[in-house]
Design a protein around this ligand. Structure first.
Ligand code: IFM
Length: 456
């Protein structure tokens, strides 16, 4: 069997996010985020699960970092909880909250693991939501202030910064669909939220860059890999619309300092776009050093026909669009497994937006793992998923894509948002009753891939 090696210096990591793993929601001065409020609202999260305890990473971080070292990770991508380090989202920093991240980054650095910090992975301080949330312009300014405060505390230890995680989810699932916090159902508010997140990204990038010329700054998008159901003009038009509101609405302002004109037309019945002020696009397009992409599955897009469910409220301007299932094998999330979509996505971003360094900042699969009688977690399905997607990465690299690293989602099983603890994505199995961690077979397999930086 032949061995295929990744380019020298390829970065191997794993990722988590604060609300999904930390717990300790009322400790050391942390206040509530929109996800605390949302998860404590009956009916919002499966089985009433909350992030109150999660994986108790707040207290167990040192043991978790030791496990990361056993896996041989080169980098750990984690997010900072905004209400932990700046309770209420305004004013002075909370030193006790910052100290947690100092301890965590020190532990990582001692083990030779590079900290990659995500500044916003969906946990907006509740007070800022009460003041209007992301649909309010002031939240962008608050975000830049918070970013500067985190950088001031951690900038001596952290070089890699990711401003936002998946703003599409935070804006459109959060403010239009209501499946995510804060549970809104107003497309116009979601469009304003989308713009203000991008503005916040630009302001934060500028603030960190002006304080630290060595900072390496990027952002993470869940750019969708799209396939038209057929070559018919109607299906291609459906794809154009989804690509507009899912992908180009982020990529164009970030990388070209403009919003796509066709998207403005698609959403003209929803908003007059008066939230875009002169100078905003130049701020949003502040140069970045890399782009992070999260990939799980592609979407197959068609024009709606009678009886088919439409794309739904998360997709403003796409009323006549449907997503089609092809009968491919699925993960426990019900997401079709199709690694070719990852190669296509990487190639598309490079071909359309130029050779900006790319990282896969999330990729992985949920399966209903159990600890077997022999004490192991035998998750061959997840190994196959990772192997096929890493081959897809190599294919993109061979085609000239400047892909520089890969973060598995997730380091450990955790709070999967509306699905609570019912969906397991981890390389580490977490027994939530005892907080015991078990390295799954996929974790051992990934450690071997990292050690060799190659695939069999
Ligand atoms: O768990 C999430 C993560 O927080 C953001 N990206 C997708 C993952 C799986 O749903």
């Amino acid at each position: 069997m032949s061995t295929i090696t990744f380019p020298q210096g390829f970065l191997w990591g794993a990722a988590t996010a604060a609300y999904q793993v930390e717990g300790a929601v009322a400790e050391d001065g942390r206040t509530a985020s929109i996800w605390d409020t949302f998860s404590h609202t009956p009916g919002r999260v499966l089985d009433g699960d909350t992030g109150d305890v999660a994986c108790d990473h707040y207290h167990r971080y040192a043991d978790d970092v030791a496990l990361m070292a056993r896996l041989g990770l080169g980098a750990y991508r984690f997010s900072v909880s905004w209400p932990r380090v700046q309770p209420g989202g305004r004013g002075r920093a909370n030193q006790r909250g910052l100290d947690f991240y100092r301890r965590l980054t020190d532990e990582l650095l001692e083990r030779g693991i590079e900290p990659w910090v995500t500044l916003y992975h969906w946990d907006l301080p509740q007070e800022l939501e009460d003041a209007g949330g992301w649909p309010a312009r002031d939240t962008a300014a608050r975000f830049a202030e918070y970013a500067a405060l985190v950088h001031e505390a951690l900038g001596d230890r952290v070089r890699h910064w990711i401003t936002l995680n998946e703003p599409w989810c935070a804006a459109f699932l959060g403010y239009a669909h209501g499946r995510h916090a804060p549970g809104g159902s107003d497309a116009a508010a979601a469009l304003a939220a989308c713009h203000h997140m991008l503005l916040g990204h630009g302001l934060a990038t500028r603030a960190i860059r002006s304080a630290d010329s060595a900072a390496v700054i990027g952002t993470t998008l869940n750019v969708q890999s799209l396939i038209a159901h057929s070559d018919s003009p109607a299906d291609r038009e459906a794809l154009r619309r989804v690509d507009g509101i899912g992908n180009r609405i982020f990529l164009d302002p970030l990388l070209r300092a403009e919003y796509p004109a066709d998207v403005a037309t698609d959403i003209a019945h929803l908003t007059d776009l008066s939230f875009i002020h002169p100078g905003d696009l130049a701020t949003i397009a502040a140069p970045i050093d890399f782009l992070g992409l999260n990939y799980y599955n592609p979407l197959v897009v068609a024009a709606s026909v009678d009886g088919q469910p439409s794309a739904g409220p998360a997709w403003p301007g796409c009323a006549d669009v449907s997503f089609i299932r092809r009968g491919f094998p699925v993960t426990h999330m019900g997401w079709e497994i199709d690694p070719a979509g990852l190669t296509a996505l990487l190639r598309r971003v490079t071909e359309d937006y130029g050779p900006i360094p790319l990282y896969i900042t999330e990729n992985g699969a949920a399966y209903a793992d159990t600890v077997d009688a022999d004490g192991g977690v035998h998750d061959q399905d997840r190994i196959d998923y990772f192997a096929r997607h890493l081959h897809a990465c190599l294919e993109a690299i061979r085609a000239g894509v400047p892909l520089q690293g890969y973060f598995a989602w997730s380091l450990m099983d955790n709070f999967e948002w509306g699905w609570g603890y019912s969906r397991r994505f981890g390389l580490l199995h977490v027994d939530y009753a005892t907080q015991r961690r078990t390295i799954k077979d996929s974790g051992h397999w990934y450690a071997e891939v990292i050690r060799r930086s190659s695939l069999q």
